[in-house]
Design a protein around this ligand. Structure first.
Ligand code: A3P
Ligand code: MG
Ligand code: MG
Length: 391
């Protein structure tokens, strides 16, 4: 059998060893031609129910249900806030929902076996098809992690921390909430908390369960429920497997996933010229990165006032966002940064062991990504169940 994961964790390092950092600034370093990025393809999908149970089907994929006149709407995003069933942000699911999907779908993601001795035993034995030696991907993560990487060159206010584990030749990346981000989340005012409900309520106003039904805005919003697409793609020399939450699909579309998917957003109405500028500079960068990574062609944006009333919708084409940003951000800089960061991860993360975590951190405004080694197992995030699903 393969000898992955058998390596001893290094001892006597006090759990914290500094490793060469990765420079971010000046970002002109990443001003090169756009690297190769393969068209994202969907390898599978799953739904998360109201108890966050994983189902390997599309039962919670909604369908876009456009209003009669998208130029004139009166959606009240405050409606039903008292009944909001909010997911507990203190519960950290890490990669568990993705790895559950992976466990159930090994045949779609397994690398061909390398050891001939064990291959013969497996032939015709259905139970072992769920076990493989290796996954056929260099990186496994949430799409949102990759979004954060892409936006890092242009993001100075919010930092991030990503735990990285190498297991059987695949790098698993799982976000860790930083102290600053936790303090910000815990310090949210009642108004801020209510406003973070508005985006979900908007989704309810413009989606339904299928083509035959209409939006139901009387039901409580439940943020446990979600539909996630599992995407395979390649960035230069890095093969990627990531999952991302998808808001809805285009109704009656002949296109196949992810081309028939849509992203929904809300934004404050542009009252001043500066509002429009900031939308293109900050919000659209994130929306572009998020949608582009899944290959979602179109984003519907609901424009709201400060009372939470959406008065019109606008459609944005993902492929036109980079040019409409008018030089405020450069998609090639984002992708070159991410590409080189992934190369850096492959260089510094060398111990193949699920107990060992390399912690990458980008502090707000910092000009580098730092890395510390945690070898005692106290940062482990890959589940025993998932680890045991390999032979
Ligand atoms: P808006 O982005 O329209 O405000 P997504 O658009 O990624 O599908 O997310 C749906 C909604 O979740 C968001 O809608 C917002 O209401 C909420 N949300 C997402 N990320 C958030 C964050 N980091 N903090 C607070 N709310 C967030
Ligand atoms: Mg969403
Ligand atoms: Mg959305």
């Amino acid at each position: 059998a393969a000898n992955f994961g058998k390596e001893e964790a290094p001892r006597n390092q006090g759990g914290l060893q500094m490793i060469r950092p990765f420079p971010i600034k000046p970002i002109s370093r990443f001003n090169q031609k756009f690297p190769f990025f393969r068209q994202p393809t969907e390898v599978g999908h799953f739904s998360l129910d109201s108890k966050r149970g994983v189902h390997c089907d599309a039962r919670l994929l909604k369908v876009y249900c456009p209003p009669a006149d998208p130029r004139r709407t009166d959606f009240d995003l405050r409606k039903g806030y008292r009944d909001y069933i909010k997911r507990d942000d203190d519960v950290k699911e890490r990669l568990n929902n993705i790895t559950k999907w992976m466990q159930e779908n090994k045949r779609l993601i397994a690398a061909p076996p390398t050891s001939t001795s064990e291959r013969s035993e497996d032939q015709g034995n259905e139970s072992t098809s769920r076990h493989c030696e290796r996954i056929n991907a260099d990186f496994v993560m949430w799409r949102g992690h990759m979004t954060k990487f892409l936006c890092t060159p242009y993001e100075d206010r919010e930092g991030w921390a990503m735990a990285v584990t190498l297991y059987r030749g695949t790098y698993y990346i799982s976000e860790v909430e930083t102290e600053e981000n936790r303090a910000r989340r815990k310090g949210m005012s009642d108004r801020e908390q209510e406003m973070s409900y508005w985006g979900y309520k908007f989704e309810q106003y413009v989606t339904s369960d299928d083509e035959r039904s209409q939006p139901d805005t009387t039901k409580p919003v439940d943020t446990h429920e979600a539909f996630c697409s599992v995407i395979r793609t390649r960035l230069d020399s890095h093969s990627l497997l990531y999952s991302g939450e998808v808001d809805c699909r285009i109704p009656n579309s002949k296109k196949k996933p992810p081309e028939n998917y849509m992203e929904l957003k809300t934004t404050r109405i542009w009252y001043k010229h500066n509002n429009e500028r900031n939308f293109y500079r900050f919000k659209l960068l994130k929306v572009w990165a998020q949608s582009f990574l899944v290959g979602i062609p179109e984003v519907i944006v609901g424009f709201r006032d400060d009372e939470g009333i959406v008065s019109y919708l606008r459609s944005f084409q993902t492929m036109q966002m980079a040019s409409s940003s008018q030089g405020m951000w450069d998609a090639a800089v984002c992708f070159n940064f991410a590409n080189q960061l992934l190369t850096y991860i492959k260089e510094i993360v060398t111990i193949d062991n699920p107990k060992v975590v390399y912690m990458l951190k980008r502090a707000p405004g910092s000009s580098e990504v730092t890395c510390t080694l945690h070898a005692e197992g106290d940062e482990q995030f890959l589940s025993q169940e998932y680890i045991a699903s390999f032979r």
